[in-house]
Design a protein around this ligand. Structure first.
Ligand SMILES: [Zn+2]
Length: 215
């Protein structure tokens, strides 16, 4: 039985915001809401959450492929190849939409890369302290769980945790690693988690607060 840390608010909201959920509504309504959301979150000057900070998006043109890097003074610089979104007879609105879409893809790919690096940095610390091994460490995209640990030893954490402060992502990683030792949520589990993460209670509460915090 995989154990999950169930998201209460944030992830559920995020999911509702995502394109796929809107297929139930009319196409034009779906499209309009998606456009508004894309524009709100990925236009130049919008804020991207990263490790508990807010980075301001700067969009640049140039180069042969998309690049994303953290800039000075809390910026996230997205470089789109020259001419992204433009084509013959392309209406301006469509060019803008394609550029926003390209920005979203670039930012999310960058966040996933950072999440993977953080997972690979943090998990070995807790695996080592608890003296266990994971079969594999993976990023997840499960709307119902921030993290899971399968009976076969596969630890998964949701990539969006990279938006939260590092202590919160570490809590989820350590929690799932502790499930390699004790699969359920018995007192022995929390005692095990406490051996590798003594302040897990504070972090658990902070994760719940972060989840509830509205954007
Ligand atoms: Zn658990």
């Amino acid at each position: 039985m995989p154990q999950g840390i169930a998201p209460r608010g944030r992830l559920v909201r995020r999911f509702v915001e995502s394109h796929s959920e809107w297929l139930q509504t009319t196409v034009s309504e779906t499209e309009a809401r998606y456009q508004a959301e894309l524009d709100r979150r990925f236009r130049a000057g919008a804020e991207v959450e990263f490790q508990g900070r807010r980075l301001q998006l700067v969009i640049e043109s140039g180069g042969a492929r998309r690049r994303v890097r953290e800039g000075a003074e809390g910026t996230l610089i997205v470089q789109l190849p020259e001419g992204t979104g433009s084509g013959l007879d392309q209406p301006v609105r469509e060019v803008e939409r394609l550029r926003l879409e390209a920005t979203r893809e670039a930012v999310e790919a960058w966040l996933k890369r950072q999440a993977r690096l953080e997972l690979l940095r943090v998990a070995p610390i807790h695996l080592g302290r608890l003296g266990v091994e994971a079969k594999s460490l993976r990023l997840g995209n499960n709307r119902r769980a921030w993290g899971t640990c399968s009976g076969r030893g596969i630890v998964r954490v949701h990539w969006r945790l990279i938006e939260a402060a590092p202590e919160l992502m570490e809590y989820v990683v350590a929690h799932e690693v502790a499930h390699l030792v004790v699969p359920d949520h018995s007192p022995r589990f929390w005692e095990t988690l406490g051996r590798t993460l003594p302040d897990w209670r504070e972090r658990k509460l902070a994760l719940e607060r972060w989840e509830r915090a509205a954007e």
